[in-house]
Design a protein around this ligand. Structure first.
Ligand SMILES: NS(=O)(=O)c1ccc2o/c(=N\O)[nH]c2c1
Ligand SMILES: [Zn+2]
Length: 260
């Protein structure tokens, strides 16, 4: 296949970028009635240490909360996974309105935003950068956001966003427990093999999409939309909104469910 790859800077990564192979791209629409119940799927086991939280920064695509992944202090195992994965960061994707914003959909239903908790396989690799190139290198938990009551745990993060309004801005961010962002029920999920949804779009991700969403307030989401794609030096400031990729073909992949 051709190696035509847009530069990282180009916002049009959404396009049908030709990536090597390209038959397990993400995101996808989850067709519930076509998902296959797999009784072998275990409950997820997350063990996050808030003290590994290091910083929050605007990378020009989203804002990332980054964790120290040099030890096994914040890990994910169980679920569809055979190995132990380390949390390295989490980030979100959202729309300019509450009508859309998620990357994955469920029976074509769009959510206003989607949270991604990114982990890499520490049993097999020693760095995220290595794991990102391997087909069982990453595990990303996807959680849908709905607009409703204010999410108390999220507020600490929302309050830090004005300090990272522009691309490449970073602030120290400590003691944030990502477990507070998980839905009450983490036993019900869909899982499939896919890719990163932003460049380099590598096909290294075991996706774990939670059936249960979390709720955040309209005002909290509005603060996400106050972020900018552009750096402080650039003339035209562009609101960071609609930072989701278009849905990709399933190409015959099975989507398994942990529940009936
Ligand atoms: N949006 S996503 O698929 O969760 C994701 C996660 C980790 C990533 O690292 C990336 N470049 O180094 N892109 C990326 C996308
Ligand atoms: Zn993402």
């Amino acid at each position: 296949s051709s190696k035509f790859v847009l530069s990282q800077m180009h916002p049009m990564w959404q396009g049908p970028l030709a990536v090597p192979g390209g038959d397990r791209q993400s995101p996808i629409d989850i067709v519930v009635r076509k998902s296959i119940f797999d009784s072998e799927l275990k409950p997820l086991v997350t063990s996050y240490d808030p003290r590994t939280c290091q910083q929050i920064w605007n990378n020009g695509y989203s804002f990332l909360v980054e964790y120290d992944d040099t030890t096994d202090k914040s890990t994910l195992k169980g679920g569809p996974l055979k190995d132990k994965f380390r949390l390295c960061q989490f980030h979100f994707h959202w729309g300019e309105t509450n009508a859309w914003g998620s990357e994955h959909t469920v029976d074509r239903k769009l959510f206003p935003a989607e949270l991604h908790l990114v982990h890499w396989n520490a049993d097999k690799y020693s760095l995220f950068e290595e794991a990102v190139m391997e087909d069982n290198g990453l595990a990303v938990i996807g959680i849908f956001l709905k607009v409703g009551k204010r999410h108390e745990g999220l507020q600490k993060l929302v309050d830090a966003l004005p300090a990272i309004r522009h691309k490449d801005s970073v602030v120290e961010f400590n003691r944030f427990d990502p477990a507070c962002l998980l839905p009450t029920n983490t036993d019900n999920y869909w899982t499939y093999h896919g890719s990163l949804t932003t460049p380099p779009l590598t096909e290294s991700v075991t996706w774990i999409i939670m059936k249960q969403h979390i709720e955040v307030s309209h005002d909290q989401l509005a603060v996400f939309r106050s972020l900018l794609f552009t750096s402080a030096e650039e003339e035209a400031q562009k609101s960071m909104v609609n930072n989701f990729r278009v849905q990709q073909p399933l190409r015959g992949r099975a989507v398994r469910s942990s529940f009936i």
